[in-house]
Design a protein around this ligand. Structure first.
Ligand code: PLP
Length: 375
């Protein structure tokens, strides 16, 4: 098997599996007052430390959630509802993950004034245009760090600076689900007030993520428990959290190596095929994702053809694959129907080898040529 769908999810690493198994042995509830509970709580505190250090922050500011989706929802709703008396404008971008876009749409239905900043043909948010939409009424801005469909890294530092300069009371959130563990993510260097991370994208388990908040001032989304200062109540997913920290500690964040692998795949495909186009900026790319359109081919047909060789990729993002819709990200970048319909996402892990890339590129090119002949 050659697994090249790491933006959808990753294989749990040995350290994560061991951590999960240790939590099954040490199974106390971290809220219990007896020794078993205290031991579980101590383990969670150590996990917080590991993650907070990687983010350049403080362990008390980490709020564990059921994943990136919940953390994004908590950031959007929690902040907007808390700051609603201060202003009504909420700004995000057109290329966010649905867990931000749809939450912001919902705020629109509640009467908030919502703005969706557009992107250029390279898939980057234009800071100047976004800055022009910052009004004194703006309370929340959310722009993702790395896009999940293209790997394009957004100008977060610039956007954060513009938000803080023009709207000092507004909160700036960035979804780092696709960047954390693949490139350095430091809350202070990014200039963000909040950021989202998720375990299963970095070789941890599904169902565990976190919202880091520099200054946790939000209205909770869930009620009914004293855990995590009542900001995110509910018994903690101890195994998932320990595995998250164990997996994070193993991430090399070697962006150059990711970029080299992406470049190798790109070269191999372009040497063989003249009916492809690559989508999204090369210069501003995490290197973990290569988005390529096979013009005149339906991406899904190609995906299934290469699956016969044990090669796994995806069309667009995994979350939307069960209700096929044209990619909102590629559409926002101005791609035409043929380029959007033929787009395949190839995403790498630190463990992906050159041999795997070379073999996969050859099979993808073979199958694409065959399909093209019959179209
Ligand atoms: C950029 C981005 N944000 C958020 C999420 C949601 O994370 P989770 O699957 O942990 O809910 C994903 C998952 O695909 C993602 O790629």
């Amino acid at each position: 098997m050659i697994y090249l769908d790491n933006a959808a999810t990753t294989k749990p690493c040995r350290a994560a599996i061991d951590a999960m198994c240790s939590a099954a042995e040490e199974f106390g509830n971290p809220s219990s007052l007896h020794g078993m509970g205290l031991r579980a709580e101590k383990l969670i505190t150590a996990a917080r430390d590991t993650l907070a250090k990687m983010l350049g922050g403080d362990r008390k500011n980490i709020y564990f959630t059921s994943g990136g989706t919940e953390a994004n929802n908590l950031a959007v709703f929690g902040t907007a509802h808390r700051l609603a008396k201060q202003g009504r404008r909420v700004i995000t971008s057109e290329i966010e993950h649905p867990s931000v876009i749809e939450a912001v749409h919902r705020l629109g239905e509640e009467g908030f004034d919502t703005v969706f900043a557009d992107v250029d043909g390279n898939g980057r948010v234009d800071t100047e245009k976004l800055a022009a939409s910052l009004t004194p009424d703006t309370i929340f801005v959310s722009v993702m760090h790395t896009n999940n469909e293209t790997g394009v890294v957004q100008p977060i530092e610039e956007i954060a600076a513009a938000v803080h300069e023009k709207c000092p009371k507004a909160i700036f959130h960035t979804d780092c689900v696709q960047s954390f563990g693949k490139m350095p993510v430091n809350i202070n260097r990014l200039g963000a007030d909040m950021l989202t991370i998720s375990a299963h994208k970095i070789h941890g388990f599904k169902g565990c993520g976190a919202l880091y908040m520099k200054n946790p001032r939000i209205t909770p989304v869930l009620y009914g428990g004293e855990q995590q200062s009542e900001i995110r109540p509910g018994t903690e997913n101890v195994g998932g959290i320990l595995a998250f920290a164990a997996a994070a500690a193993e991430c090399g964040c070697d962006t150059e190596e990711f970029r080299r692998k992406r470049g190798l795949m790109k070269r191999r495909l372009s040497e063989r095929l003249d009916f492809i186009r690559f989508n999204g900026s090369d210069e501003h790319n995490s290197g973990s994702v290569l988005n390529v359109s096979f013009l005149g081919i339906k991406a899904e047909i190609l995906l299934h053809a290469i699956e016969r060789h044990g090669i796994y990729v995806s069309t667009g993002s995994a979350c939307s694959s069960h209700k096929p819709q044209p990619s909102h990200v590629l559409t926002a970048m101005g791609l035409d129907g043929a380029a959007v319909g033929g787009a395949v996402r190839i995403s790498f892990a630190a463990s992906t080898t050159d041999e795997e890339i070379i073999f996969a590129a050859e099979k993808i090119a073979d199958e694409a040529e065959t399909i093209k002949r019959y179209m």
